[in-house]
Structure formats: structure tokens, C-alpha cells
Design a protein around this ligand. Structure first.
Ligand code: NI
Length: 165
């Protein structure tokens, strides 16, 4: 299982960096995405992004309930709905805290899969949600950035109480 970088750990800086475009979908990328999907299953997560496993690259994987294992390489969200909906989010990099986050209910994303094949995907529901959460990771953004300051302070206090620093 891959180690997941968490907030407060010594290598947390990578969670705040811009991920870099992948030039070649080579054996390393294929193996890494498979390992990420396996880790996701073990940790009972629904999405995992490169920076979370210490890889500063534009790659994330998803596998929410009712969907299949998906790999997104160099993704671009090209459409978001005007309608936004709340949904309770958590993150393997900020374990043990959750918050209701507002995001567009539907999105369209373009990316390459692990076979180097480009695809376009329309998503709604939990898949749209996890895609947007993981996409944010590639831009150094975390779901905790989207809650108001007071709430974030409370969340982080609870986080550090549980996880130490
Ligand atoms: Ni996350």
C-alpha cells in the first residue's frame, strides 16, 4: 500500500504545489495508477491524487460506490454546471474530519486513461464530486480551504488533537 501524505507530516508541502503535466504515459504511470487504486480500496477512499502519494504529477484515480476504477491523466474540467449542491467531503490527507462543501452538481472532464487513450466524460452525483475534489489536489487545493475560517479552525483543532503534530 502507498503511503499517503497527510497535513502536518514532514512532506506536507507537496499537497500545496501545482502538479506537473505528465509527458509520457509509461510503465511507471501505469503501475502507479494501479497501486493508487489498490491503496484506495484498502483505505476505503473514493479518490486519490498524485500529490497525495508524493508524486507531483497531474494524475488522479477514482472509484466511488456504484462506479468502476478510473484513471485520469492530465485532466481538464471543461464544463461545470451552474447548479451547486452540498455534499459531505473528507480526504485521506486530512483523515478524520469532514465538512459539507458546495460544488457544481455536473461536470465534463477530458483526460487520458492508463492506456494513453483520450476520453471525455460527463459526470454527476458522487462521481462529479470526487472528480472535482481530486482535480483540486492537482492545483494544491484541499477541501478544507472551502469552509469558512471559523469552521476550518475548529476542524483543524480537532484534526491535530486526533493526529498530533
Ligand atoms: Ni483529498
Amino acid at each position: 500500500m502507498l503511503d499517503v501524505v497527510t497535513i502536518g507530516s514532514t512532506n506536507e508541502d507537496i499537497l500545496r504545489k501545482q502538479a506537473i503535466t505528465i509527458a509520457n504515459i509509461d510503465e511507471h504511470i501505469v503501475r502507479l495508477s494501479e497501486a493508487m487504486l489498490d491503496s484506495l480500496e484498502i483505505q476505503k477512499g473514493i479518490g486519490l491524487a498524485g500529490p497525495q502519494v508524493n508524486e507531483q504529477i497531474r494524475l488522479f484515480v477514482t472509484n466511488p460506490p456504484g462506479d468502476k476504477r478510473r484513471v485520469f491523466i492530465n485532466p481538464e474540467i471543461i464544463m461545470t454546471s451552474n447548479e451547486v449542491v452540498p455534499y459531505e467531503e473528507g480526504c485521506l490527507s486530512v483523515p478524520g474530519v469532514w465538512a459539507d462543501i458546495l460544488r457544481p452538481s455536473e461536470i465534463t472532464i477530458q483526460a487520458w486513461d492508463e492506456n494513453g487513450k483520450p476520453f471525455t466524460l460527463d459526470a454527476d452525483g458522487i462521481l462529479a464530486r470526487v472528480i472535482q475534489h481530486e482535480y483540486d489536489h492537482l492545483r494544491g487545493r484541499l477541501f478544507i480551504d472551502k469552509v469558512n475560517e471559523k469552521k476550518r479552525e475548529r476542524m483543524m483543532k480537532s484534526y491535530y488533537r486526533k493526529n498530533g503534530r
